[in-house]
Design a protein around this ligand. Structure first.
Ligand code: SME
Length: 171
């Protein structure tokens, strides 16, 4: 796809409609492109632009048994996160999306950007293993809810088959 269009009216839509639109954008971005890095970079940018209220959005990739920061939008972030640590490592350990309304109340939260107040992390599972997580941070308390969880879980189901995870996971 030649350049995604991001209309401002999209940001005013109800969340489920907004995610349906974002899903279409993401599908168009990754369709027919086999480069994993290009695809993850474009998806991170589409999520950052298409979900209001974010200060960070991107991927951590499972590499050598730990999470390593991948393509993202936002301030520089901690590079390596052990499985079971922080919100991201918990999403891997539990193989379940973590919706954290107040990061300061989450035991072991890793503060990369002090502006972050709430967070959602969606694990990406392929062939029974977690290969990456999608992490979104907001400077607003309680910014993410079940609509975000459903929308982002649907989004990673579109992204996962478009990525060569063996390549993405080798350092
Ligand atoms: N807060 C995350 C670390 C990654 S940053 O938010 C980008 C965590 O606790 O896992």
């Amino acid at each position: 796809m030649e350049g995604a269009t991001l209309d401002h009216h999209v940001l005013d839509m109800p969340k489920p409609e907004r995610y349906a639109h974002l899903l279409g954008t993401v599908h168009a971005l990754v369709e027919g492109e086999s480069d994993w890095l290009a695809n993850l970079a474009n998806v991170a940018a589409a999520v950052y632009a298409g979900v209001p209220g974010l200060n960070w959005a991107g991927f951590y990739l499972m590499r050598g048994g730990e999470l390593v920061v991948g393509p993202f939008q936002g301030l520089p972030a901690c590079v390596r996160i052990a499985v079971g640590r922080g919100v991201c490592g918990t999403a891997v350990g539990e193989r379940a999306t973590q919706v954290v309304p107040d990061v300061h109340a989450f035991p072991g939260h890793i503060a990369c950007d002090p502006r972050s107040r709430s967070e959602i992390v969606v694990p990406i599972e392929v062939g029974g293993s977690v290969v990456a997580v999608l992490d979104l941070d907001s400077d607003r308390l309680g910014h993410f809810d079940d609509d975000d969880r459903r929308g982002l879980e649907a989004l990673v189901r579109v992204v996962a088959p478009a990525i060569d995870w063996a390549r993405a996971g080798s350092s």
